[in-house]
Design a protein around this ligand. Structure first.
Ligand SMILES: NC(=O)c1ccc[n+]([C@@H]2O[C@H](COP(=O)([O-])OP(=O)(O)OC[C@H]3O[C@@H](n4cnc5c(N)ncnc54)[C@H](OP(=O)(O)O)[C@@H]3O)[C@@H](O)[C@H]2O)c1
Length: 289
């Protein structure tokens, strides 16, 4: 009831089905609000794409001060890491959900619900399950990292959600049998499995050995220092493929820009702290990098 009212207020036209892959907006303007949403979409999309290279270069030189690189001197306000992860990732979980609920067109709902489920499968895990399972750490999180992650999560949730539910609600159900969707969904699920299982291997280290850092072993850890990052990047590459969208591509590129430098830093850290660290292990991509 509440959502129906809200949808009416947005005064949006029924989004028509257009050719898959074109991503065209409905041709006639349906009011100032829709126009603003459309403008915001393009601004944020170009902003995200434009940030990929600067972020990659910046993070190759500056390590975000949390986890292994935490320093109690950084940041005025600091949070417990479990609370920080929950607060940090919540906007990613909510932004796309709100856009899904606000979209007035229900004709493409069956397919867009599938996309929503994939997205929330990752962010439900990251926002609620990961912090809940993680061991309470003595290390805290600077609040400015949480707020900068908000900026990304809202921007990224908006461009992906707006694209899927407003610009492209006419996804036809036959897309579910398209090779791009099938391959993308398989890639996503494979990446998600690697991601979750690698996080679990790290948790097990502290469960068995107590607080501190240890050399992770088993699974993809035999090949790379950060399979949890690699798994996440594979997921979003799968997302880009299954949605066949520019926002999906922007997300996959940004994830690489964010996680690859961190993987390199973690890899160096392991080598510096563990003289017996396996020599053949790479940072991020097995056998390559
Ligand atoms: N999409 C993105 O752009 C993005 C960005 C950042 C993170 N993430 C995801 O968020 C998750 C967490 O990221 P993160 O950077 O915190 O990952 P991380 O450095 O691998 O740490 C994950 C957890 O394992 C613990 N841990 C790490 N190395 C350990 C070791 N050698 N021995 C024992 N425990 C260890 C950490 O404890 P401490 O906290 O005490 O170090 C933390 O609780 C990852 O799965 C990552 O993919 C995504």
């Amino acid at each position: 009831m509440y959502w129906t009212k809200l949808q009416k207020q947005w005064n949006m036209e029924q989004c028509r089905e257009d050719g898959f892959g074109s991503g065209n907006a409905p041709p006639e303007s349906s009011g100032v609000k829709r126009g603003l949403m459309e403008t915001l979409y393009w601004i944020l999309l170009w902003c995200q794409l434009g940030l990929v290279l600067p972020v990659l270069i910046f993070l190759l030189f500056v390590k975000a001060p949390y986890g292994k690189f935490a320093s109690d001197k950084t940041g005025l306000f600091r949070w417990d890491s479990r609370a920080a992860w929950l607060i940090m990732e919540l906007p990613a979980f909510l932004t796309i959900l709100v856009l899904f609920l606000l979209c007035p067109d229900r004709s493409g709902r069956r397919l867009t619900t599938v996309f929503l489920l994939f997205w929330e499968c990752h962010y439900g895990y990251r926002t609620f399950v990961f912090p809940l399972l993680m061991k309470k750490s003595r290390k805290s999180f600077p609040a400015y990292i949480v707020f900068s992650a908000w900026f990304f999560n809202i921007m990224n949730g908006y461009i992906n959600g707006y694209f899927l539910f407003f610009r492209r609600p006419g996804y036809e159900i036959s897309w579910l049998t398209d090779l791009r969707f099938i391959a993308g969904a398989a890639l996503f699920l494979w990446g998600f499995t690697i991601h979750v299982r690698s996080d679990a291997r790290l948790r097990k280290l502290r469960k068995e050995n107590g607080p501190g850092y240890y050399i992770p072993r088993g699974g993809l850890y035999e090949y790379v220092s950060n399979p949890n990052y690699l798994g996440e990047w594979i997921e979003w590459c799968g997302w880009a493929l299954m949605t066949w969208s520019l926002p999906g591509l922007a997300f996959a590129a940004f994830t690489f820009a964010n996680l690859f430098p961190r993987a390199v830093a973690n890899h160096r850290w392991y080598r510096e702290h563990f003289p017996d660290y396996p020599a053949r292990r790479k940072a991020f991509l097995p056998g390559i990098l």
